[in-house]
Design a protein. Structure first.
Length: 429
C-alpha cells in the first residue's frame, strides 16, 4: 500500500528522493527526466529548500521600452500568463511617447521615488495591567530599547541601518473589552528584505519590553504590511498616444468603478500585481510577502481600494500614479543565491533595494494602464486570447510551424479551445 509516511526522506539525495517519488506516483522515465531538471540552479536547488526533487521553471521574458527616472531599462519578468510582458512593453511605449511639456518638467516614461527601507518588527504584549501607562513608559525608554536592538546587528548599523524608532499601539477588542499592547520596532534594513534582522531584534528586546510593562511578550515577528517602506510612480499618457480623450475618459471611469466596487477592485489590483510579481520572481524576491502587504495596504482605510489612481490633467491627458509597500532586497536570500536572479538584477541595472522598488512601482503602473486601456477600447480578451492561443495549440499537440497555423485559425474563429485546436491540427495534417 502506498504511504506518504517517508521516514528520513530529507536525508536522501535529490536523486534518491526523485526515485522514491517515481515509485509512489508511477512516473515514466520521461516524466522523471522533466521533474529532475534543475536547469541553471543545478545542485544549488538542493540547498535552497527542503526535500528537493527538481525545479519548476517559468518562462522568462523581457519587457522593453521602459524609461524610469530618465534611465532606459529592460525588465526581466518570470510569469506563465500570456500577454503580461507584451502589455507592459506596450504601456511603457505609450508612456515614453508623451512629449515634454514646456515649463512643466514632465518627460516621457515613468517618474518614481521611494521612502527609506524601514520594516516593522512587532512585539505583541498581553496581560498588561495599564496599557496606556505602559505605552508612555516604553516611549520614555525608547533609546534604551533601540540600543539593545542594534547590539544584535552591528554590521547593519555600520552601514547606516538598524533600529531607528519605536511605535506603541493599544489594540482594543470592543467585544471582549480586552486590550493588547503592540510595539513596533522600526528598522532600516538597507538593501535587504530584512526579515531575519528584524525578527532577531524583536526577539532580543522582548524581555526588556516585558520588564518595562509587566506584560507577557507573545508574538515577535516582522510585519509584511510595510507602511514605512513605500514606492511611488507616476506617468503621463498623452491623449493622442492612448487613442483620444474618449479613451482617457474610459480609463478614468474604469478606475472609479474599481474604487466603488471591491469585486472589480480585486481584479484591478491583481492586474497590477501581475507585473510586480513577475519582476519579484525574476529577481528572487518574496512575492508572497509583497502580495500580502499590497492587498492589506489597499484596505487600510477600512475599504478595499485601488493601488493606482487615474485622472485627467489640464491638458486633458491621462495621468496615473501608484503607491504601494514594497519590501524587497538585492542582498540575502534567493536574490544572492539564485544564479538567474543575479543575472536578471544585472539586466535591470539596479544597485539598491530602493532602485528595485521604484522599478517595481513603474511596472505595476504600466501593467494597470495596459489592462484599463484594453477594457476601455477593444476589451481584455482580444489581445489576451490571441497570445493564449499559442498555449492552447501546444496543449493540443501542435509543434513547429504548425503552432502558428493552428493559432491563426483559432484567433480568426474566436474559438480558442483545446478541442477546436485538435480538430484544426487534424485538418492541416
Amino acid at each position: 500500500m502506498k504511504t506518504s509516511r517517508l521516514s528520513g526522506f530529507y536525508k536522501l539525495s535529490a536523486e534518491q528522493r526523485l526515485e522514491t517519488v517515481r515509485d509512489f506516483a508511477g512516473l515514466t522515465d520521461e516524466e522523471v527526466k522533466v521533474l529532475g531538471n534543475t536547469g541553471a540552479l543545478g545542485e544549488t536547488a538542493d540547498r535552497m529548500i527542503e526535500n528537493v526533487v527538481g525545479a519548476m521553471p517559468l518562462p522568462l521574458g523581457i519587457a522593453v521600452n521602459f524609461r524610469i527616472n530618465g534611465r532606459d531599462c529592460l525588465i526581466p519578468m518570470a510569469i506563465e500568463e500570456p500577454s503580461v510582458v507584451a502589455a507592459a512593453s506596450n504601456a511603457a511605449k505609450k508612456a515614453r511617447a508623451s512629449e515634454s511639456r514646456e515649463g512643466r518638467g514632465e518627460s516621457g516614461g515613468f517618474q518614481a521615488s521611494s521612502t527609506e527601507p524601514v520594516m516593522i518588527g512587532q512585539i505583541q504584549l498581553s496581560d498588561v495591567p495599564d496599557p496606556f501607562s505602559a505605552r508612555f513608559t516604553l516611549l520614555a525608554n525608547k533609546h534604551r530599547i533601540l540600543e539593545l536592538a542594534n547590539e544584535k546587528d552591528p554590521v547593519l548599523v555600520r552601514l547606516g541601518g538598524g533600529a531607528k524608532d519605536l511605535e506603541v499601539r493599544v489594540v482594543e477588542d470592543d467585544k471582549s473589552n480586552k486590550q493588547t499592547l503592540v510595539v513596533h520596532l522600526l528598522v532600516n534594513v538597507k538593501d535587504a528584505m530584512g526579515a531575519n534582522a528584524v525578527n532577531t531584534m524583536a526577539e532580543a528586546v522582548a524581555p526588556l519590553v516585558e520588564q518595562l510593562t509587566g506584560g507577557k511578550a507573545n508574538l515577535r515577528i516582522i510585519s509584511n504590511l510595510a507602511t514605512h517602506r513605500l514606492a511611488f510612480a507616476r506617468a503621463v499618457f498623452g491623449k493622442e498616444a492612448v487613442g483620444g480623450e474618449e479613451v482617457v475618459d474610459g480609463i478614468v471611469n474604469a478606475y472609479f468603478f474599481a474604487k466603488a466596487d471591491p469585486y472589480r477592485c480585486a481584479t484591478h489590483n491583481k492586474g497590477i500585481m501581475n507585473g510586480v510579481d513577475a519582476v519579484l520572481l525574476a529577481t528572487g524576491n518574496d512575492f508572497r510577502a509583497v502580495e500580502a502587504g499590497a492587498h492589506a495596504y489597499a484596505c487600510l482605510t477600512g475599504k478595499y481600494l485601488p493601488l493606482t489612481r487615474w485622472e485627467k490633467n489640464r491638458d486633458r491627458d491621462l495621468v496615473g500614479t501608484i503607491e504601494l509597500p514594497l519590501a524587497v532586497g538585492v542582498v540575502g536570500g534567493a536574490t544572492s543565491v539564485h544564479p538567474t536572479a543575479k543575472v536578471n538584477r544585472k539586466i535591470l541595472g539596479v544597485k539598491t533595494a530602493n532602485e528595485l522598488a521604484e522599478v517595481l512601482a513603474a511596472v505595476g503602473l504600466a501593467q494597470n494602464f495596459a489592462a484599463l486601456h484594453a477594457l476601455a477600447t477593444e476589451g481584455i480578451q482580444r489581445g489576451h486570447m490571441s497570445l493564449h492561443a499559442r498555449n492552447v495549440a501546444i496543449a493540443a499537440g501542435a509543434t513547429g510551424e504548425k503552432i502558428d497555423r493552428v493559432v491563426a485559425v483559432l484567433v480568426q474563429e474566436g474559438a480558442v479551445r483545446v478541442d477546436r485546436a485538435k480538430e484544426v491540427l487534424k485538418e492541416i495534417g
